[in-house]
Design a protein around this ligand. Sequence first.
Ligand code: MCA
Ligand code: AMP
Length: 499
Amino acid sequence: MKMPPIVSRAFAHGDAIAIDDQLGCWSYRDLVAASGTVAADLLAGQRDLAEARVGLAIPAGGLHVAGQWGIWRAGGVVVPLSQAATAAELEQFLADVRPRCILADADPRPEAVAAAGRLGIPIVRVAREAVPRAAALPDIEPGRRAMILCTSGTTSRPKGVVITHAGLTAQIESLIEAWRWSTDDRIPLFLPLYHIHGIVNVMSCCLWAGGRLEAFPKFDVETILRRVTDRRYTLFMAVPTIYGRIIEALTALPDDARRAATAGFGSLRLAVSGSAALPATVHARWHELCGQRLLERYGMTEIGMALSHPYEGERRAGTVGLPLPGVEIRLVDEQGYVLAGENAPGEIQVRGPGVFHEYWGQPDATRESFADGWFRTGDLAVLERGQYRILGRRSVDIIKSGGYKLSALEIEATLLDHPAIRGCAVVGVPDDEWGEAVAVAAVLEPGQTLDAPGLRGWCRDRLSPYKIPRRVVVVESLPQNALGKTSKPAIRALFTDRA
Ligand code: MCA
Ligand code: AMP
């Protein structure tokens, strides 16, 4: 029988501890057994789910993995659901992907229950103490679809990124090799499990290698400082906002506690930053405090990880290194010419077995996102002294905040429903904590007023917390460019000039 490779590897890891979570610890054997029960229940006598989509709304931990592997073993496609999304956001994504059911633990988020209820999608509870069940399981060929992730794009509606089993395997094997994962590795998992960073780089690589994962419901700086001081981990992966918070917390500690905590971080064999640009100041301060150079890497939902500082060698601040194993990179200028050599900026295009399969139900968007078989990332970079440096994004409508990719157009479409707003333009503005913060310039209906706290309150049921505008400016009219379109650079200047 052909199993998803991560599951067949788990058989070999046997009684080794795979996960510590709120429910205790799970051996690899436990995960195999629990995922077999999930698969048997999902199949309910059927031979193969034949790529039916199944939502996954279980917080990080053994039960989440049992759900993910169970869906795969039954022949289904995993659709991880955001743990931060509002019911309206979930409903939009679920209506597009149409899962046959959603796996949840005993206490699903009300937002997921509401969205599923409105669409008539059943919620299936998964429990650790479920009576073990087994079923004949289908062969899982590598080319089959494995996962659909929700991503923001430059259109206002989010898209589903479809990744195959072969794609996931390629992404994982590349990182295992480059970052030297082994059975001795121990890593905390606090990143959300609806993005590649948490799902692949941390969770799947660790379980593939036979390492040990400690799962937390979310990032909490005090808990992490304690655990790192106690030398619980060998590896650490996070977004720049989290490194910024750790530095702030370390700096505020009394001398003795700081020395112990920084020695803990310094003893990690590797600490990786990614999902957004790591400010050079954070890179330098981390080195000053912990005596260690952060490894920065660059990736995207559609391609997995593409570029990385070397494991051994120079980790230059402001750069993201070179292509990872199995990944091909080229830079292309605006006329479509492939750039050779250094110091010529162009769009990053990527080719390799880890690149996604398709945008769910959007063949045109899929076709348009490739040029001669190369995926067009929309990110600009330059090769300088042997390493790539990211320069920014082509589209002003993509915002990166706290490591999350946001669509300015999606946020604008929601804000236009606000009774006081006649027109608006959303931009990302530089922010020390979040990388970029969401800001909106709004034109109001006659006689109306608008302030940031009031708008935040109104947004709470409509947008995930990180999409809610932090800064608001009311304008008479939106500045326009020479073509008569809203000028986003002019709108950004409204905020940066005031800062
Ligand atoms: C939350 N808040 C924000 C933001 N997020 N304010 C401004 N900008 C934001 N982005 C506000 C909330 O509304 C709330 O405000 C307060 O901050 C605390 O919110 P909370 O959700 O508790 O925040 P947190 O738990 O402290 O979260 C910060 C975080 C989190 C840990 C940095 O954002 C995070 O886990 N980010 C990682 C995302 C990630 O993994 N991205 C990978 C995707 P109030 O108190 O007023 O309500 S990218 C990817 O996968 C690609 C492939 C790649 O390259 O990696
Ligand atoms: P997502 O679509 O959520 O996977 O986010 C991918 C985007 O995050 C990329 O297209 C980049 O714009 C950005 N990104 C990821 N890693 C880095 C990095 N190390 N430096 C700068 N930007 C990054």
